[in-house]
Structure formats: C-alpha cells, structure tokens
Design a protein around this ligand. Structure first.
Ligand code: ADP
Ligand code: MG
Length: 254
C-alpha cells in the first residue's frame, strides 16, 4: 500500500490581533491509498482546519505535508494550486453547485483548471463521473431540479472528475435527512471499494461507523486513531429500511 498522505507535526496558528489561536498543535497522520478515514471531534477541535490543510487550501504554520510523496506545504502558490486542482476532490456540506447550471457543466467545471490537459475529453469524463454516481439520466438537470441527495451526488461526481488522489468530504451529509445520508454513504463505500481514498469529516459517531478508520481530534491534537471494528454497511442499512419509503435510485455504474 502506498502512502497518499503523510503529515508530520502539523501546526496551524491563527493570529487574531494579540491572541494566537492554536487550531492544530502538532498533528501526525498517515493515510494509505484505498483507506476510508473518518475525522471526528467536537466543534472547534480543528477538523476543518485540518481539512483545509489536507486539501491544499491553506498552509501550516509549522510541520510537513507530503501528498503522494511530494512535499506540498513549501510549494509556491501556482504549483500549490495545481496540486489542489489535480490531486484533490472536494465535497462540502452545502454541495456548492452553481445554480442555473446543468449537472454536466457543474461536473466539467474543475476541468477548466486542468492546465496541463490531463483529461483529454472533459465532456466524456464528466458523463462518466455522473454515470458512476448513478445520475446518467440527469445530465441536463440544474441543481434546483434535483433532490438534496442527487445534488450531493453531482458534487461527488465533480470531486471525482479529475481522478484525484484523495476525496475530502467535510460533513457531506450535514444537510441531508438520515435516509439520504445513508444513500450518500453507500455511494462513498462503493467508490472506496473501487479504490478511491476517502477522508470524511463528521461530528457524528453514526456516520463515522461507515468508514474503516476513525481519527479523533481534540483541542488540535489527535487523541485517538483506531480501525472501525464493527463497520456498518450502508447498503445493508438501506435494505433494512421500509421499502415504500426508499427513494428511487438508479443503479450506479462503474
Ligand atoms: P472544527 O471544524 O473542528 O469545528 P475548526 O478547525 O473550524 O474546528 O477550528 C479550530 C479552532 O481554530 C477554533 O478555535 C476556531 O475558532 C479556530 N479557527 C479556525 N479558523 C480560524 C480562522 N480563520 N481565524 C481564527 N481562528 C480560527
Ligand atoms: Mg468544521
């Protein structure tokens, strides 16, 4: 297994006037290719700060970050942005889709930043990503014509279209009802089975139980880092729900 994420003694201090806020105080974390990690912790424990650093949206105050063997925290801004665009897929609580823009165009968006032209046929790549999340029949739908769960699946397709090294999801089910949350988690489990490395932030133990490993932050430090022993299967949980209430799902194709 190759190491995708290797961070060493990462700190992040926010200077607020005279006050220094130590959001992260020396985090070490290694994640291998193919892992599904839940990052947990109460509000203010540093989860979003860590995600922003992992996603190359922010730089640490101190420490080292190697992504796929490349030291990224010392890159200058152009190269840092390129790494972010090419190597990271983001999924957010609020979906962050462009309104009045089709699912297909939303998913194609990251490819406009594909300056090195890694993806030869952007339209085809976007269709493939939407097919993968079960939305092949919804290419022309705009966000307001889709359910919350479908919008989040569009966002997941957008995260996948660049063939990233990791998918980072910050509270991806935070705006979804519990059934739709399990559907989205089922998709994450399926993608992970196909080899996608996923790091998911949540403050809910129920959600973390679908991952393979849980890393718990407290006051800017890793307090616990353990495998999930009684892992939940989202598909089995969905099947256990009353059938008449299950939303029509198109079978995702890979
Ligand atoms: P979580 O996502 O676990 O709720 P955060 O990473 O958002 O936690 O925040 C960790 C700590 O860092 C908190 O004390 C928060 O107030 C502080 N913090 C986060 N971002 C900033 C910022 N941009 N400026 C100042 N303080 C911040
Ligand atoms: Mg947060």
């Amino acid at each position: 297994m190759n190491t995708v994420i290797d961070i060493r003694n990462l700190t992040r201090v926010f200077q607020m006037g005279n006050i220094a806020v130590n959001a992260l105080r020396g985090v070490d974390l290694k994640v291998d290719s193919g892992e599904f990690v839940a990052i947990m912790g109460s509000s203010g424990s540093g989860k979003s700060t860590l995600m922003n650093l992992l996603g190359c949206l922010d730089k640490p105050t101190e420490g080292e970050y190697f992504l796929d063997g490349v030291r990224v925290d010392e890159l200058e801004s152009n190269d840092f942005a390129t790494i972010r665009n090419e190597r990271i897929g983001f999924v957010f609580q609020t979906f962050n889709l462009l309104a009045r823009t089709s699912a297909l165009e939303n998913v194609m968006l990251p490819l406009f930043y594909d300056r090195r032209g890694r993806i030869k046929n952007p339209r085809r790549a976007a269709v493939e990503a939407l097919t993968r999340v079960g939305l092949a029949e919804r290419l022309d739908h705009e966000p307001n014509q889709l359910s919350g769960g479908q919008q989040q699946r569009v966002a997941i397709a957008r995260a996948l279209v660049n063939q990233p090294a990791i998918v980072l999801a910050d509270e991806p089910t935070g705006n979804l009802d519990s059934r739709t949350s399990i559907e989205v988690l089922s998709l994450f489990q399926e993608l992970n089975e196909q080899g996608i490395t996923i790091i998911l932030v949540t403050h809910e133990r129920d959600i973390a139980d679908y991952a393979k490993r849980v890393v718990e932050l407290r006051d800017g430090l890793v307090r616990r880092d353990v495998p999930i022993t009684a892992r939940r299967s989202a598909r089995a949980d969905l099947e256990a729900l009353p059938p008449d209430e299950v939303e029509e799902l198109e079978a995702p194709r890979s």
